[in-house]
Design a protein around this ligand. Structure first.
Ligand code: PMV
Length: 351
């Protein structure tokens, strides 16, 4: 008789930080040097779809296929996620003899992104969040999003924030085992539903310096880094949470832009320097400044991750002024693909 294939699928959204995670105090457990905060984007535009399956009939090793090509699963990050999820499943199996011993079967994970991978669009965030949730579903784990965020963090730090919808923080925590370094929801998407994100793809090429190696060199060599982690980010975490609670776009936008600038300043201050922004990125910053000057207040805010692509946040009522001007200024330029997120929404669940 053919062995059963057990299977579960899920999708996870991209999140784009408005207070950036940059620096690891423990590279093995992916424990950060500062807390961070992000907005979860609509899954209609940017998401990873993942199917996890397992069977006693599968070849003996675990496998992962991303966008049709086979990936190495031997890395410590992926192994940590598999190990933690298997341990949780095993604890359930140990208490109930009637359950199939899924924790002993090889795993097969198949993922598809609908956006450029590794182009500074937080693909690893959606990727590891989807991987962890798909396997948790396959194993029928009763885990909360908080617990799954602790596991996903070990795959890719920013992935922990993609387990929640809306406005999401990641508490750096202080425990050496990382048990308190988890994501939390600052506010559901419905709290401030008219937030919009415009994604400008300046380059879909893979980034030159991976975030892991970039962070390590920044921590080791940048003199700006220490004050960012110790003083600037803790203060801005408070300002940002207040701006979100009060739906104050001017405060939200100002802190978003200043934090992006601060993060890229520490990259430039790294030796050898890291340049994630390019001329197209700087043109996008100028367009945002022009929009805000014309409006007489902040109605658009840019932010850049570890790559040249701009994410512009704005409120729906300013759609024509913000997205319209970007289209007029940059629409004909080669290499620009405008993409507007739908309403930022909860993560497919009432979170
Ligand atoms: O999760 P990682 O290791 O890919 O690092 C992400 C770092 C940034 O995207 C630049 C910032 C962030 O908080 O998402």
């Amino acid at each position: 008789m053919a062995s059963t294939i057990h299977r579960a699928s899920t999708t996870a959204p991209v999140n784009i930080a408005v207070i950036k995670y940059w620096g690891k105090r423990d590279p093995k457990l992916n424990l950060p040097t500062n807390s961070s905060l992000s907005v979860t984007l609509s899954q209609a535009d940017l998401r990873t779809h993942t199917t996890a399956s397992c069977s006693s009939s599968y070849p003996s090793s675990d496998s992962l296929i991303l966008n049709g090509s086979s990936q190495d699963v031997s890395g410590a990050r992926t192994q940590a996620c598999f190990r933690e999820l298997r341990a949780l499943r095993k604890a359930i199996e140990d208490g109930d003899d009637s359950l199939p011993k899924l924790s002993t079967f090889p795993l097969k994970v198949v993922s598809e992104n609908n956006f450029p991978t590794a182009a500074g669009l937080a693909s690893s965030a959606a990727g590891f969040a989807a991987l962890v949730r798909a396997i948790a579903n396959l194993y029928e784990l009763p885990s909360s999003p908080t617990e799954l965020s602790r596991i996903a963090r070990q795959g890719s730090g920013s992935a922990c924030r993609s387990l929640f919808g809306g406005y999401v923080g990641w508490e750096q925590g202080s425990a050496s085992d990382g048990s308190d370094s988890v994501a939390f929801q600052v506010a559901p998407a419905a709290h401030w539903p008219n937030m919009r994100a415009l994604i400008l793809v300046a380059s879909a090429a893979k980034k030159d310096v991976s975030s892991t190696s970039g962070m390590q060199t920044t921590v080791a060599t940048s003199s700006l880094f220490a004050s960012r982690a110790a003083e600037t980010v803790p203060r801005r975490m408070n300002e940002m949470q207040k701006a979100i609670q009060e739906k104050d776009f001017e405060a939200f936008g100002k802190v978003t832009m200043m934090d992006s600038n601060s993060f890229h300043a520490t990259c430039l201050d790294t030796y050898p320097p890291i340049f994630y922004l390019n001329d197209t990125s700087r043109a996008a910053i100028k367009v945002v400044e022009t929009i805000n000057t014309a409006a007489g207040k902040i109605i658009a805010a840019y932010t850049f991750d570890a790559g040249p692509n701009a994410v512009i946040y704005y409120l729906e009522e300013n759609e024509a002024k913000v997205a319209g001007l970007f289209k007029a200024a940059l629409g004909e330029k080669d290499g620009w693909v405008g993409k507007r997120g739908d309403a930022i929404e909860a993560n497919g669940e009432a979170l």
